[in-house]
Every structure is written in structure tokens, then in C-alpha cells.
Write a protein that binds this ligand. Structure first.
Ligand SMILES: [Zn+2]
Length: 253
């Protein structure tokens, strides 16, 4: 099942953001704490946006000609540390909104938004990082896991193939539907590849090492490196697969 992987895969992405934060030089401006009225005010539009994004993915996936026996996932707006999670047991997808983020979670996106010149980003810039990283990239990665559930390929999958497949679907989806998202995320993951130490022992295969050590890798810097490696590899595939190709190839070794 997806469950053993569900928590860790998203956390790896979140931790990736964390590492980028660690790479930043100085403290960002201190964001405000979540506000209950702001949260409630933001929810209707946020939910409509995510339902629209979900339905766009489902519609695009229907173009594969492959049937999905389960309905589109229910969407829950919540402050989830991994910035997104699909649960195949309940067919539900958790995704955050800016207003729900804790100050330390918002700070990550302020730091991601910092310009190379060192200028401090405003809230709009930080929210843009959040919208692209969490509510675009991670969300569609999670829809990739929904598609895996559709195709009944969750059981017995090796972690590397399972996660890489969702990243490959996300990369192809964004290349075709909104290339700016792909252009934005690719250098983030590539940067992590360059800055984080490669945890794979010399002579070992990356995927095999990840699979063999998956449970103990957990939310560690090594796990961050693997998630970045998978995203970087998905973006680097030549020729780039179409979105429908990635869907049709779901479940392949
Ligand atoms: Zn995942």
C-alpha cells in the first residue's frame, strides 16, 4: 500500500525546502501567526482552486484512454507538514493553504523567495513560492499517486519506482500545462543535487540503495537528496515523455 511511503515522500519534499533554507545566508522577515478569520475567509477560493486543479488533471488523464475505477480524490485543506499527501485508503488528498501555515513553515517560503542579491522578499513573493512548490508541484505529485491507485500499482512497489513515477508524471504534466512551474522547480531540485552530499556509497546503485534503506532514511538529509535526484532525473529524461505517456507507463518497472 501507499501508506508506508505516504508520509515520508512528501516530507522529503518539505525537507528539501528546509535544506534550501539552510543554504540561505540570513534570517528572513518574521511572518505572522495563522489567523482564524483569515483562514476561514481564504478557504472557499482555495478549495475552488484545488478542485479545479484536481479536475484538470483528471480530465487530462482521461485522454490516456485508460479507465480509473475510483472517483477523483476528496480534497482537504489542512496544515500538513509534508505540504501534501494522498491517502489511497480514503481516496483523499490533503493540501495546505498559506493562511494555515505556522510561522516557521511560512519562513521557508520567504527564504526560498530571497533574491540572489540578498534582498528581503515580501509576502507576495513568499506566497508565490508556496503556490508553485506546494499547491502546484506537490499537489500534482500527489495526483500522480492517485493515478497509481487508479491503476492498482501501489501494492508491492519498490519505493524508488513508486516515488520516481509520481515525479515523472508531475514533470510531464507541468511541462505541458504550465511550463513556468516546471522551469521554476527544476533548478530548485537541481540545486539540491549539487549542494547536498551524495549519500549513495561508491559502486552502489542509487535506486537499489534507496529501496534497501528506505525505512531508516526517513526525514534525513539523505532522503532529501534522493527526492531531489528523482525530480532532477525526471526533468532530465530525453526525449521528455508526454504526460499521457507517463500515465500509460505507470506500473512499469
Ligand atoms: Zn510521493
Amino acid at each position: 500500500m501507499h501508506a508506508p511511503y505516504g508520509y515520508l515522500h512528501g516530507l522529503g519534499i518539505a525537507a528539501g525546502f528546509m535544506l534550501l533554507v539552510c543554504l540561505a545566508a540570513a534570517d528572513a522577515q518574521v511572518p505572522v501567526a495563522p489567523d482564524a478569520r483569515a483562514i476561514e475567509a481564504a478557504k472557499p477560493a482555495a478549495m475552488a482552486q484545488m478542485l479545479s486543479l484536481r479536475d484538470a488533471f483528471v480530465k487530462a488523464a482521461a485522454g490516456s484512454g485508460m479507465a480509473c475505477p475510483i472517483p477523483p480524490p476528496a480534497i482537504t485543506l489542512t496544515d500538513i507538514p509534508s505540504y501534501g499527501n494522498y491517502d489511497p485508503d480514503t481516496n483523499s488528498l490533503q493540501t495546505p493553504i498559506w493562511e494555515l501555515l505556522k510561522p516557521e513553515e511560512r519562513a521557508l517560503f520567504y527564504r526560498l523567495a530571497r533574491q540572489p542579491s540578498g534582498g528581503e522578499p515580501d509576502e507576495a513573493a513568499a506566497r508565490r513560492e508556496f503556490e508553485i512548490g506546494a499547491r502546484r508541484w506537490v499537489f500534482i505529485h500527489e495526483m500522480g499517486h492517485w493515478w497509481q491507485a487508479c491503476r492498482k500499482v501501489n501494492d508491492g512497489r519498490k519505493p524508488y519506482a513508486f516515488e520516481y513515477e509520481a515525479d515523472r508524471i508531475a514533470a510531464a504534466y507541468w511541462r505541458e500545462t504550465d511550463p513556468e512551474v516546471a522551469r521554476h522547480m527544476q533548478p530548485i531540485f537541481h540545486g539540491l543535487m549539487e549542494h547536498a552530499p551524495n549519500p549513495v556509497p561508491s559502486g552502489k546503485d542509487t535506486a537499489a540503495y534507496f529501496n534497501d534503506n528506505y525505512e531508516k532514511l526517513g526525514p534525513t538529509p539523505a532522503y532529501i537528496w534522493f527526492q531531489s535526484q528523482m525530480c532532477d532525473r525526471a526533468f532530465a529524461e530525453k526525449p521528455p515523455p508526454s504526460f499521457l505517456q507517463t500515465l500509460r507507463e505507470t506500473g512499469h518497472p
